[in-house]
Ligand binder design. Sequence first.
Ligand code: PRP
Ligand code: URA
Length: 207
Amino acid sequence: MEPIVVNHPLVQTRLTVMRDETTDTEAFRRAMYDVSSFLAYEATRSLPVASCRVRTPLEETDGVVLSAPSPAVVSILRAGNGLLEGMLAAIPSASVGFLGMARNEETHQPEAYYAKLPDRMSERHVFLVDPMLATGGSACDALQHLLALEPLSVTFVCLVAAPEGVARLAKAYPNVGLVTAAIDRPLNENAYIVPGLGDAGDRLYGT
Ligand code: PRP
Ligand code: URA
């Protein structure tokens, strides 16, 4: 699937705040919250709805509700949690899962340390969230775990992607959607996204 790059002014201005090295933790967190609900709006465009009837103050009319069971938002810990609240503001009924994944600083390989997912994953549309798609290692490991449960669809939602991560995801998982606010230049020698925004987890949590 072709990546969707959300080139909206409200997204790009928040991303600029997050890229700025002088932005403090509080403002970084706030900007990530805002941008995540905008990305959610884009990522959830094709969610199925079911018809219902609703009574306005004037009369009864047709309406829609999200089809059951609710979608699942799965956060790749830690930094994925920065996108979680904004996603939930957009999809309040969503079930939530967590996959703990830490990138080894020398090998740049992800190491899984935790997994807790909602039930009935095979009946849900899933949004996997992590602000950074660098080598794609963490995303691919998380996707391997998720796709074993045969969800209806998976969309990976991130803030900044590197071309290497985008290509790896597309090759390994061509049916997984990708929604991002930016695709930057290739990775540097430390496998960091350039210009990127630095270490997303550290900037979110002040570590
Ligand atoms: C960061 C980021 C992704 C991963 C991306 O997490 O949030 O999970 O690196 O890199 P990759 O595409 O090369 O795998 P990190 O492992 O630093 O953990 P953290 O969220 O706890 O800071
Ligand atoms: N993880 C981050 O937080 N930032 C990068 O640029 C790469 C991996």
